[in-house]
Ligand binder design. Structure first.
Ligand SMILES: Nc1ncnc2c1ncn2[C@@H]1O[C@H](COP(=O)(O)OP(=O)(O)OP(=O)(O)O)[C@@H](O)[C@H]1O
Ligand SMILES: [Mg+2]
Length: 232
């Protein structure tokens, strides 16, 4: 039982497109420092749900509470700084690793000093990579840069949409470990989509099972995996 404050609360969140409910009345809360895995079959609405959480898409019903505040009252730019997102394939722009890390802070007029760039890179296991060109990075390295770039904005919440599904087993485990480390070190609150229940068990404390846009189950990871018939 955790008594950490609820950082993010989806409140009857829905999104309807062309008469179809992609996300259907989903409520869930995530406490500070917790990792919530979002699982479910392909097409269940996992990505659609995540995109509502930082208003990349607009809900057609319900809302999200961030630190107790209705997110519709926040300027989108502030919201997206506070709720960072990492995609399945990292969307980096050409240039150096440091350029990519500095982009977000610069948009708010903050210049990330060299030692902070180095610190972020150390945290994701890429010490010494600041001057490297991103187009020459491996998939796993690029994903680490994408995570460091999200963290460079000092978010409260980190959303990850299948961050390891394009990676091999070894890189997958490394990314899992570094996400856990970053979440712990920075007291982040994290939601991670995975189609891999074993990964959910390794990284998350709680799990949300989506099916046809609806929250079929939410609870502690052991409980949910047991109920799904894949637990110990
Ligand atoms: N902008 C959109 N307009 C209409 N339908 C959409 C849109 N985006 C997604 N969908 C549909 O909504 C459903 C849920 O898609 P979503 O991408 O959220 O699923 P998912 O659970 O992330 O699946 P996967 O595991 O394959 O990534 C799918 O049927 C998809 O085709
Ligand atoms: Mg998806």
């Amino acid at each position: 039982m955790s008594f950490a404050p609820v950082v993010l609360r989806a409140d009857r969140l829905s999104r309807e497109v062309g008469g179809r409910l992609l996300v259907d009345d989903v409520s869930v809360e995530v406490r500070q420092g917790d990792v919530l895995a979002v699982v479910g079959p392909s097409g269940a609405g996992k990505s659609s749900f995540l995109r509502l959480l930082n208003r990349l898409d607009e809900p057609t019903g319900g809302t999200v509470w961030l630190d107790g505040q209705d997110y519709r009252s926040l300027p989108p730019r502030e919201l997206r700084r506070r709720v960072g997102m990492v995609m399945q394939t990292p969307a980096l722009f050409d240039g150096t690793v440091a350029d990519n890390l500095r982009f977000g802070p610069r948009q708010r007029g903050a210049d990330l000093p060299d030692d902070e760039v180095a610190g972020l890179l150390r945290q994701v296991g890429l010490a010494g990579f600041a001057g490297r060109q991103v187009e020459r990075l491996s998939g796993g390295e690029a994903q680490r840069v994408a995570i460091a770039r999200a963290v460079a904005n000092a978010p409260e919440v980190l959303l990850l949409d299948e961050p390891t599904s394009a990676l091999d087993e070894a890189s997958k485990r490394e990314i899992e470990a570094l996400v856990a480390g970053v979440v712990r070190a920075r007291g982040l609150t994290c939601l991670v989509i995975t189609h891999d229940l074993a990964q959910a068990a390794r990284v998350a404390g709680r799990v949300l099972v989506l099916e046809a846009g609806r929250a079929r189950r939410v609870g502690p990871v052991e409980e949910v995996l047991r109920a799904e018939g894949t637990g110990p």
